[in-house]
Design a protein around this ligand. Structure first.
Ligand SMILES: [Cu+2]
Length: 111
């Protein structure tokens, strides 16, 4: 995460069924967060964050990372499709702090 309101990399390719450990490092001087969801979910959540900037939120699909710190988030991607990860702090998402997660079909079907 950077104070230029970007995630690097901004695109992840994942196979459905995989459990992934995302190590998130905040290289900026301000707080950032990473929230996983569909575009519709993130749009709705971002609008709420603008309305209620002090809302405290904590869920297994998100992490807040202080400047210079790292955190990790472990998530199993069990659905094929396009998802996003975003920083929903007011202004950040709107400035383009969002990335794509492409979840493709598993290479070998699970028994
Ligand atoms: Cu941010």
């Amino acid at each position: 995460m950077t104070d230029q309101m970007r995630f690097i990399p901004a695109e992840l390719q994942i196979r459905a069924g995989d459990t992934v450990k995302l190590v998130v490092r905040n290289a900026g001087k301000g707080l950032h967060e990473l929230v996983i969801g569909t575009k519709a979910e993130l749009d709705a959540h971002a609008a709420l964050m603008v309305k209620f900037p002090d809302m405290a939120h904590s869920e297994p699909y998100m992490t807040h990372v202080k400047p210079g710190k790292s955190d990790q988030l472990i998530w199993t991607f069990n659905r094929v499709g396009e998802f996003e990860f975003a920083c929903l702090l007011p202004g950040h998402y709107q400035a383009g702090m969002v990335g794509k997660i492409k979840v493709s079909a598993p290479s070998t079907p699970k028994p």
